[in-house]
Design a protein around this ligand. Structure first.
Ligand SMILES: [Zn+2]
Length: 316
């Protein structure tokens, strides 16, 4: 009898665990489905689940651990540019495959697949818009497109945008994220570094402001050119910023590198970046910096001040 009761007890306990596991797996499946559907977002740092809507309201910064989750170019433009002021530039420029390059697959196939998957033509979007009412030219790289690699279209779009900005006397902001030059375009991708840098020099000669914003990760040819040419260089917290990767350097030097190597914080300490700005403050910081660096003669109170001093000179 006791044995019977015992076995019944065990059975019910077994059932209870089995049910629990079953319901657990169902909720896990549902959770995974919801994550896949984009309702939920799992923080890649602390693993906390957050409603995508809440996370977007906090600009994709985790409320638990302050991790800056990656944002795509659409979201970034929404975060930085005043609504209804964005005018995209050079959307017609499309990448080609002049070298007919093939690695595991043809470069032309890789391009087409990526374009179909994420709905972008290449790894940067450029345009004109306003930031708290101030006009700017903005370039935003998108890591989803072949790791934000810099090919001919990235170079050409950025160059044309900088040239427009020089003509219109607009400041330039480029939000960088890149794995480096696009190897599939060989020399042509490396030439973009010089081309963009030359356009930036002409922008600088016109005494105009350029601010790159380095986000996670900014590496390779982008770091070696326009990411480091800013008048004021901003970075997002904990962003990886470097030229060659940690593993390559460790293997070459045969030395273990410090934990914070190539982080925005380390670069700030060594003077490579000017400030680390949390994403939630980025728009206002950029707007403030741009307002402070407005060309002097176009600021109304300066014109007024000059008129007044001229009048007072005339009165003497
Ligand atoms: Zn987190």
């Amino acid at each position: 009898m006791a044995n019977n009761e015992e076995s019944r007890g065990l059975k019910s306990l077994f059932d209870w665990f089995a049910n629990r596991r079953k319901s657990g797996s169902t909720s896990l499946e549902r959770q995974e489905r919801e994550i896949a559907d984009g309702l939920w977002h799992k923080c890649s740092k602390c693993g906390v689940l957050a409603y995508t809507k809440d996370l977007k309201a906090n600009q994709m910064v985790c409320v638990e651990c302050n991790h800056h989750n990656r944002v795509d170019s659409d979201e970034r433009i929404r975060q930085l540019i005043d609504s209804n002021t964005w005018k995209p530039l050079d959307e017609h420029l499309r990448p080609t495959d002049p070298l007919e390059f093939r690695d595991r697959k043809l470069y032309s196939d890789r391009l087409r697949e990526t374009q179909d998957k994420i709905g972008l033509i290449d790894a940067v979007r450029t345009g004109l818009g306003q930031i708290n009412g101030l006009p700017i030219a903005l370039g935003v790289m998108d890591f989803r497109f072949m790791g934000g690699s810099m090919g001919s279209v990235v170079g050409e779009r950025l160059t044309r945008m900088i040239e427009q900005a020089t003509q219109r006397r607009y400041p330039v902001v480029i939000v960088c994220t890149s794995g480096g030059a696009r190897m599939q375009e060989g020399m042509l991708s490396l030439m973009q570094m010089a081309k963009i840098s030359a356009a930036l020099q002409r922008h600088k000669d016109a005494r105009l402001l350029y601010i790159p914003v380095l986000t996670n990760p900014t590496t390779g040819g982008v770091t070696a050119s326009f990411a480091m040419l800013g008048d004021i260089i901003l970075a997002e917290p904990k962003a990886t910023i470097g030229f060659a990767g940690r593993r390559v350097i460790e293997q070459t030097l045969r030395e273990k590198l410090p934990e914070n190597f190539q982080t925005a914080e380390d670069l700030l300490q060594h003077g490579f970046v000017d400030d680390i700005v949390p994403r939630t403050q980025l728009k206002n910081t950029l707007a403030q910096l741009i307002a402070l660096h407005q060309p002097v003669l176009t600021t109304p109170h300066m014109v007024l001040w000059e008129t007044m001093s001229l009048t007072s000179t005339a009165a003497e």
